[in-house]
Design a protein around this ligand. Structure first.
Ligand SMILES: [Fe+2]
Length: 233
């Protein structure tokens, strides 16, 4: 796991790893499925993904808002990956209070998730992200990740023009291949790694969840206790 820290902080900036406690993660997925039943009128994840693929933006917003009440989700996700988290941030962490649920909708006319790095949202440079899908990513879609060196080059180029999150990063055509995660895998990455969604063709929406964390020994900077809570691994 020392290698992991090296890879995330000084190497590629991200790693795809098996979830350590899959039983725990299965429970997390099952709880999400249970909570999505009433708004999708379906009981099985595969069917829900078909329904969600055809939802309007406001229906998806409604679904996401309903999931905000599930405030144990980030703890369950982090506790499914204890060694990964510990090797990066120790066992006392600031953990994102509410896990982020990600719904990616297929089709060309869907707004892309613009390329960005997590630092843009005001998390500290010491924050890491865990991102795990609730099913195999088996279509052509996915999230692409740009390795750390190339991400830094882009950030520096943008910085020269005095802009943050401007057209240089947002409009560039990235030819990166999306990461093909299987159910039971997690991607962990540092806040400087550029990433974004690509348009994809499928009948089904993609559903994933993510959580951010950092060591309590590191400064929080812009984010505060509205966003993070203390968590002991
Ligand atoms: Fe992101």
């Amino acid at each position: 796991m020392m290698n992991l820290q090296e890879q995330i902080i000084n190497g590629k900036g991200y790693a795809i790893l098996p979830i350590e406690n899959l039983n725990n993660f299965n429970k997390l997925r099952d709880q999400f499925i249970e909570k999505m039943q009433s708004l999708t009128n379906e009981k099985r994840l595969e069917k829900m993904r078909l329904v969600i693929a055809n939802m309007t933006k406001s229906q998806i917003n409604e679904l996401m808002i309903s999931l905000l009440a599930f405030d144990q989700a980030s703890e369950i996700l982090i506790d499914s990956c204890k060694n990964i988290v510990k090797s990066l941030s120790g066992d006392k962490i600031f953990l994102q209070r509410r896990a982020t649920t990600i719904f990616n909708i297929p089709g060309d006319n869907q707004r892309r998730q613009w390329p960005h790095y997590e630092l843009m949202s005001g998390v500290s440079p010491f924050t890491f992200v865990l991102w795990a899908p609730f099913h195999d990513l088996d279509d052509k879609g996915g999230i692409f990740y740009i390795d750390l060196n190339n991400s830094y080059e882009m950030i520096k180029e943008e910085h020269k023009s005095g802009i943050v999150n401007g057209p240089i990063i947002l409009n560039k055509d990235y030819n990166e291949k999306p990461a093909k995660l299987k159910y039971g895998e997690v991607i962990v990455f540092c806040p400087f790694v550029l990433h974004g969604n690509v348009n994809f063709k499928s009948d089904q929406a993609r559903i994933a969840c993510s959580a951010r964390f950092q060591s309590i020994k590191k400064p929080l900077l812009q984010k505060n206790s509205d966003f993070f809570k203390f968590h002991q691994i």
